[in-house]
Ligand binder design. Structure first.
Ligand code: MLT
Length: 330
């Protein structure tokens, strides 16, 4: 199985995802909202590009059947029924309803996942369940990070890293460099998810706008087994990918040929010379973004060592998998 992470929307554009399983991630806040809405019993979420498209589609539904939801600049869109706070999507508000959703970054990634052979939506709140779903697909996997106004988003990369780490710990996954870098961030933040409140630019901005409760809700890990999946042009509540009794995480999935014991990563001395340069930020760039200047020293291994450890888990596959692209020369 090949695993790639598109760390920014630019990395996702041009990816040929047919035949792949694609997973959209926008921890703050759109995919967390979609997971909450599905867990609250909505019928479907239809991601749309803008508020005009939402109003047009809403006119096709009978009154009461559909809700318009979304944000711009983090604030609710005037005239819409709901904003983009996961805390608003309660059973009372959304059960049995269709939701037309438009957000700044997240809905674009969800639409991107719609072009793949199979698609799902992940956030920190359901990350392990989505890893189980990904393993059950028996396809190559691409994680599409929504980013932050086109640039790198730390919380999305961390979520992608936790997801890929789970997948790679069970089956013989061939990771692209971007996926390996995300795994490094996932491992670094796995025991300090709360630090993202300060380390994430959008988290700081949301808090300044008075949405701290949303940030708290989005930074909770594995509170549901709900996996929203892509179905035609919508996202519907998928089967709960619950962990087999007595097992944490996706250790015993039948659909993936488990190769021997979980392989401990062999830390390479240095990033191998000539590693293919991926389109996205290089590991050092990711790191510089991940650990802002002047951050208080934290317990545990320095992030750079974590990242080095992350690159080429198991060190088995030469120079990293190629991202899914139609153009073989890329
Ligand atoms: C986005 O899609 O850019 C975010 O979900 C915006 C937000 O947090 O409301």
């Amino acid at each position: 199985m090949r695993v790639h992470v598109a760390l920014t929307p630019a990395d996702a554009s041009g990816l040929a995802l047919d035949g792949w399983a694609a997973i959209a991630v926008d921890v703050l806040r759109a995919t967390t909202t979609v997971v909450a809405a599905c867990a609250a019993g909505c019928v479907r979420i239809i991601p749309v590009t803008d508020s005009g498209a939402a109003r047009e589609r809403a006119a096709l539904f009978t009154a009461g059947e559909v809700l318009m939801a979304g944000e711009r600049g983090g604030e609710p869109i005037p005239g819409f029924h709901l904003g983009n706070s996961p805390l608003e999507f309660t059973p009372e508000r959304v059960r049995g309803r269709t939701i037309l959703l438009t957000t700044t970054n997240g809905t674009a990634a969800m639409l991107g996942a719609g072009s793949a052979g199979a698609g799902a939506v992940a956030a920190l709140t359901n990350v392990s369940a989505v890893a189980r779903w990904a393993l059950a697909q028996g396809r190559d996997v691409a994680v599409l990070c929504s980013g932050d106004d086109g640039s790198f988003s730390l919380e999305d990369a961390v979520c992608a890293g936790l997801l890929v780490s789970d997948v790679a710990s069970v089956c013989d996954a061939e990771l692209s460099d971007a996926a390996a870098a995300a795994v490094g961030l996932g491992r670094y933040y796995a025991t300090r998810i709360g630090d993202l409140r300060h380390a994430s630019r959008w988290a700081r901005r949301l808090a300044r706008k008075g949405h701290s409760a949303d940030v708290d809700a989005c930074l909770r890990r594995d509170v549901t087994d709900m996996v929203p999946v892509v179905e035609a042009d919508a996202i519907v509540p998928g089967p709960a990918a619950s962990a087999p009794p007595g097992t944490e995480g996706p250790r015993q999935t039948a659909s993936c040929d488990v190769i021997g014991a979980v392989r401990a990563p062999t830390p390479p001395a240095q990033f191998p010379e000539g590693s293919p340069r991926t389109a996205g930020p290089q590991p050092h760039d990711v790191l510089r973004l991940a650990v802002p200047e002047g951050s208080p020293p934290t317990a545990g291994p320095p992030p750079l060592d974590v990242l080095r450890l992350a690159v080429r888990p198991g060190g088995r596959f030469g120079r990293g998998a190629r991202p899914p692209s139609g153009d073989p020369s890329r």
